[in-house]
Design a protein around this ligand. Structure first.
Ligand code: SF4
Length: 258
């Protein structure tokens, strides 16, 4: 695997089994360097500084979204990380700007996969059981808060079954493109229970990516164009294409959207 630091490739490579150690080491290095910054890109020379702390030996090269990485060099010896394994040539590392897989997906072997939306990325025990009962073989988690079931004999039937468990697989679902940060009560910085409010307002700005944030940090916001719903001390602020509008609360939002 390869690790990019704010989109910059320093040639950091590790075996899949060592990826957690690399991620933790990178996060700890960030905390050492952050000095109040929220994101690595906000630290002058941030990727270089983190790479140096990790013992990377190559200079950084920005990597375009979705672009395959070149083979990398292992980290310098003496680091707490495992020595590296180059990526498979031509294999994209990042999720890039691909469309999330939602719906029936024809597979090369003649079977079908099914891309399922997990609303706000949170699976209940009942939904997890429904997925396990429906899956024939492999289940893959996606970076888009979803799940793909592979090698299904009847993906359409599986879709109907999972829809009853509130796991839609229709790209037109109001849950498609809807995301939220942790919010209250999990995050001390949050000004609102954004996950509950996002559920209440599902369908707001339907058809566009919508991200709810409990504060200006906007954790988990998807890259690119999105409608931002940001909690403020006075309610919610909605930003769309540079236009801002404020609402006193989620009820005010949904009423105005009608
Ligand atoms: S965006 Fe703010 S409130 Fe939401 S998880 Fe991040 S820090 Fe917490």
């Amino acid at each position: 695997m390869g690790v990019l630091l704010a989109g910059v490739d320093h040639g950091i490579r590790c075996p899949v089994g060592g990826s957690v150690d690399v991620m933790i080491a990178a996060a700890e290095a960030f905390l050492e360097e952050a000095q109040g910054a929220w994101r690595l890109g906000e630290i002058p020379g941030g990727p270089d500084r983190i790479a140096a702390r990790l013992g990377a030996t190559t200079s950084g090269t920005p990597v375009a979204s979705g672009k395959p990485l070149a083979s990398g060099k292992p980290l310098a010896s003496g680091t707490p990380l495992a020595s590296g394994t180059p990526l498979t040539s031509g294999k994209p590392l990042t999720s890039g700007d691909q469309e999330p897989p939602i719906g029936v997906i024809p597979l090369r072997d003649g079977s079908s996969g099914l891309g399922v939306i997990v609303p706000l990325g949170r699976l209940s025990a009942g939904q997890a059981t429904a997925l396990a009962d429906t899956a024939v073989n492999a289940v893959r988690l996606t970076p888009w808060r979803g799940v793909v079931l592979l090698e299904l004999n009847d993906a359409t039937s599986a879709a109907k079954t999972l829809a009853k468990a509130d796991l839609p697989s229709d790209p037109r679902s109001p849950w498609a493109g809807l995301s939220a940060c942790t919010g209250q009560p999990g995050c001390a910085k949050s000004l609102a229970d954004v996950q509950t409010d996002a559920r209440q307002a599902v369908g707001f700005a339907q058809g566009e990516p919508v991200h709810w944030s409990g504060c200006e940090r906007r954790c988990g916001r998807p890259r690119g164009r999105a409608v931002d719903v940001v909690a403020t001390p006075g309610g919610y602020r909605v930003e769309r294409d540079g236009v801002r509008r404020t609402y006193t609360d989620v009820t005010d939002m949904t009423r105005s959207a009608r």
